[in-house]
Design a protein around this ligand. Sequence first.
Ligand code: GDP
Length: 474
Amino acid sequence: DALAMPDTEIVKTLFMKGIAVSITQSLDTSTVIMVAEELEVLVDTPEPEAEARKVTEMLDIEDMENLHLRPPVVTIMGHVDHGKTTLLDSIRKSKVASGEAGGITQHIGAYHVDIEHNEKEQQIVFLDTPGHEAFTAMRARGARVTDIAILVVAADDGVRPQTIEAIKHAQAAEVPIIVAINKIDKEAAQPDRVKQELMQYGLTSEEWGGDTIMVPVSAIKGENLDTLLEMIVLVSEVEDLQANPERSAKGTVIEAHLDKAKGAVATLLIQNGTLHVGDILVAGSVFGKVRAMVDDRGERVDIASPSFAVEVLGLNDVPFAGDDFEVFTNEKEARLLANERAEVIRQSRLMQGGRVTLTSISAQAQEGELKELNLILKADVQGSVEAILGSLKQIPQNEIHIRMLLSAPGEITQTDIDLAAASGAVIIGFNTTFASGARQAADEAGVDVREYNIIYKLLEDIQDALEGLLEPEL
Ligand code: GDP
């Protein structure tokens, strides 16, 4: 777009220079400069460090001169009953309520705590929808809202299926994990066993020579929570999280509902810029002017800065959690964009276009455009999982790499669907069924679920897909 040159021309230009690229490929900086020079266009290159920053999706080149540290946004994940809710509550109580006049807090989907670190006041923002359902659902919508994941594992119970799921989800999103080994007050607590088990999933504790921070805590007694918070700040320093508070705001909707009295209410997480009362914004396909903002402590505020979440009134409809939002200076332009998006959503619902299926993968392989095949495998028993994984390894993977995001015995669940949608993966079910509601979810999300009960047929289809030979089913 910047060169005002069709992409086929770029491919041709490079081809003439002996560089073969496909249309969907990314070019490195020196190649980009080379193409631009042909057209006498000057290329401005930001510092490589800034370029490599993980959150670049929310940062523009203009922001690079005005970057300031921002607080980390943290999600708590883990198996049911391991203490996610208790941990969120204890942290909130220990850090918010005590110092607050009256201690009135309000659930808006996120809260922040103030902690003292290196004699400086530091903030941490917690998304307080525990469980990874919300996290994965947001990722399925393309939103990256979490900087750090806290994985809660009960010391008396160890690694369980949802623990493993949470690890896979955080790893797939490339979010750093801090482990909170919880319930250490219990007699049956075996923190070392937890550490041992986690090693199988690529998480080795620092004390054992690995690089994963693991903090033993008791959420119920409030024990060691300060250490946990301290570790969050340390990891966030390493991550070097930045944003440009001087610009207009953009970010993600983390919760939204319709209130009878107030109308559409949405909690917005500010990921870049500063949001002001009176700002005009588009959230997903919804348009509005910020009439009022309330923070997590129930106070009316006029501005919200990077990493903070505020509840916003004034939208013309209820957006979806995971929708992105952005502030506009021109009201007409904003309204137009919201309407256009609503139309696009309507159209794509009609067409279900762009979905990843094993046959579309095969077509890509045929075109030589496929690099990676993301799979999720669910099978009846662990023995089948291992047998299939073993056989998949035998398939020659010269150009294309099979990436197994998750493999486990059990039914195909909603979270599998969410993970597949978020990662463009195909789900393989072997001798298994759908959990209730999951089949419909797969249809709605356009996720391809292939069911098999004969291993060789499964392997044959995957091999065919990788070789670009899989025929579409009629
Ligand atoms: P969640 O499903 O992960 O949100 O788990 P909850 O926070 O609801 O906790 C499940 C149960 O474990 C509750 O009965 C809690 O009281 C209990 N629990 C949570 N943390 C601790 C802890 O540190 N020690 C003990 N003894 N019990 C805990």
